[in-house]
Design a protein around this ligand. Structure first.
Ligand SMILES: Nc1ncnc2c1ncn2[C@@H]1O[C@H](COP(=O)(O)OP(=O)(O)OP(=O)(O)O)[C@@H](O)[C@H]1O
Ligand SMILES: [Mg+2]
Length: 262
């Protein structure tokens, strides 16, 4: 296989949807026929395995970083079709980890898939920065609120300093009923284009309970359709799908807010 595209879902703000987005970007790219390896690079609080069901007796990124296992043989094949390299949830494993070795892990996986998607850690710690260093292309993840946006701005600056290719901003957990910062103002503030908008969606919570990406468990939900739209755009594919949800009035107001409807 040719060189893999290495994309990270990054933001210094915690709890804004990085892991959900990394999982569903990986699932959406897989939906379009791409071979994807998702790496849980949140060394201290790895959540990918928690969200997708932690595989039993599975080797993990921490084993790889300690030289106990090869990266490729530690990749888990999930029932949804996505593949991921989980982190260890054991406290003892999160200590004495050399974060800088992540770049080497990514290099070892390179060429074995079309995409390597990295789920980043919050903050601007050495751990979080090692993820930025290991990636080539960045999706800046933020909610449409000022505290998240100020953190997103710091993340944009760091990515620019490290000369990373910023694909754009993914605005998550939007709710048409909230007085959020508009997409236009987000673009102006960060000086980066908005490449996707993911609404706050109960389907994301249901997917979490069933340990599946929402793209796989609720493929026609508003969030799943938007994640697929993002993946299609990254692949330069045309994609149209109607959203199916019991709450169509919410979807209509969401589409109006995005400017897709009058
Ligand atoms: N579109 C959405 N609709 C509803 N809930 C969402 C959505 N996206 C994420 N969430 C929820 O928000 C919470 C935080 O999401 P997530 O774990 O993806 O954030 P994070 O940025 O990775 O957090 P951390 O910084 O701790 O790693 C989770 O409970 C998740 O289910
Ligand atoms: Mg996370």
């Amino acid at each position: 296989m040719a060189i893999s595209r290495v994309i990270g879902c990054i933001s210094s703000k915690g709890g804004i949807g990085k892991t959900t987005s990394a999982i569903n970007l990986a699932a959406a790219l897989t939906y379009f026929g791409k071979n994807v390896i998702l790496v849980d690079a949140n060394f201290t609080s790895p959540n990918v395995g928690v969200y997708l069901g932690n595989p039993v007796n599975q080797h993990n990124l921490h084993d790889v970083l300690r030289g106990k296992k090869e990266a490729l043989e530690s990749v888990f094949h999930h029932s949804s079709g996505i593949k991921f390299l989980p982190g260890s949830i054991a406290l003892k494993d999160t200590r004495k980890i050399d974060h800088h070795k992540l770049t080497g892990v990514v290099r070892d996986l390179d060429g074995h898939s079309d995409f390597i998607v990295l789920d980043g850690a919050p903050g601007l710690t050495k751990e979080a920065l090692s993820v930025v260093k290991a990636l080539d292309e960045v999706v800046i993840v933020t909610t449409p609120e000022m505290p998240a946006l100020t953190d997103a701005l710091k993340t944009v600056k760091v990515c620019k300093e490290l000369r990373k290719d910023i694909l754009g901003v993914l605005v998550t957990k939007t709710n048409a009923k909230n007085p959020d910062v508009s997409l236009k103002d987000i673009e102006a503030m960060l000086d980066v284009p908005v490449i996707g908008v993911i609404p706050e969606d109960r389907a994301v919570k249901h997917a979490l309970v069933s340990k599946q990406p929402v793209v796989a468990s609720h493929p026609k939900s508003a969030s799943a359709v938007q994640y697929k739209k993002l993946a299609a755009d990254l692949l330069n594919l045309k994609y149209e799908e109607s959203i199916q949800t019991p709450n169509s009035s919410f979807v209509n107001s969401f589409l109006k807010w995005m400017g897709f409807k009058d």
